[in-house]
Ligand binder design. Structure first.
Ligand code: ZN
Length: 310
């Protein structure tokens, strides 16, 4: 279990043991916090004959084989969760438990529910069935109906602080790590780590490539061709680097005497412009048929200009 989620899981399991667990649990997760692992463990405990996720009882074995009959996992193959999927939940909830224990429904990213689906789920939450638990997750709590959130117990899953994340990362990999790299993944140590384990795209290598660009060892075209398959991700990284450059320049300006500050303030506009351009580029590459390599080339060219300006 990820160390930053361990105490939350322990509390939930304790309340399960005391039969004090709410029937509707809404997990409000920071992006990349690793909520799946916590939910898996909680579901296993809910279904287990001993409520301890023992790993040896029949329920645990069925759970591990992903074939427990009293577990219903809502998976949508569309960008939204439609009412048909939630109707299946309502049906599942009214049936009798086949293993004579708890029944569990898991719906991830409930912010993707259509309005009709939300209303349907609301009815299910309003009429709790015995021994049935509904576990919901979202990273966007503000997009939910207030009536849904108010019917659930809300559990916040928060990313650990930078120092704790770096410490955990150091225990997981021997690859070089940087706080800047962690920031590029919005503070998610899990996402940062998985990028290092993925041959196709790697933050550390990308930073090295940008450095090579600045030193003239590679050019915008080569770099764009190399990265066009994951253009969105490298644009995010470039955007975050641009934000850092901008912040640094603003800091420098604030330290200067007032008569020098104005000309230096003009310099920061280039970085500010790059931040904006990265955002625009990210929207553009989502369009079908767009030349991603060309867009990346333009961004890398601007990045080079901004970085070499001082
Ligand atoms: Zn068990």
């Amino acid at each position: 279990m990820y160390p930053w989620l361990a105490s939350t899981l322990a509390q939930l399991k304790q309340r399960l043991g005391q039969q004090l667990l709410h029937h509707g649990l809404l997990f409000i997760a920071d992006k990349g916090v690793g909520e799946h692992q916590l939910i898996d463990q909680l579901v296993k405990s809910l279904l287990c004959a001993t409520k301890e996720a023992c790993g040896t009882c029949k329920a645990c074995k069925l759970f591990e084989a992903k074939s427990h009959p009293d577990m219903h996992y809502v998976v949508s193959d569309k960008p939204s969760i439609g009412v048909d999927l939630i109707r299946q939940v309502s049906q599942f909830v009214t049936t009798t438990s086949q293993m004579l224990g708890n029944k569990v429904v898991i719906i991830e990213n409930i912010d993707l529910m259509t309005e009709a689906a939300s209303n349907s789920l609301l009815k299910t939450l309003e009429e709790p069935s015995q021994n049935t638990y509904i576990l919901l997750t979202t990273t966007k709590p503000n997009s939910l109906l207030a009536t849904i959130t108010s019917r659930c117990e809300k559990i916040r899953l928060i990313l650990p602080c930078t120092d704790d994340s770096m410490m955990w990362l150091a225990s997981q990999t021997e690859s070089p790590l940087s706080k800047e790299g962690l920031l590029a993944f919005s503070g998610s140590a899990i996402d940062y780590l998985s990028s290092m384990n993925n041959d196709g795209v790697n933050y550390g290598l990308f930073c090295d490539d940008l450095e090579s660009l600045l030193q003239g060892r590679t050019n915008e075209l080569l770099l764009a061709e190399k990265n066009k398959a994951h253009a969105s991700l490298v644009l995010l990284w470039t955007y975050q680097k641009a934000v850092l450059i901008y912040k640094k320049q603003m800091e420098d300006v604030s330290k200067l005497p007032a008569n020098n500050a104005i000309s230096n303030l003009q310099r920061t506009q280039y970085a500010e412009c790059l931040v904006f351009d990265c955002q625009q580029a990210n929207k553009k590459i989502a369009q079908a048929g767009i030349n991603k390599s060309l867009i990346l080339q333009q961004i890398f060219h601007k990045f080079k200009q901004v970085s070499l300006i001082h």
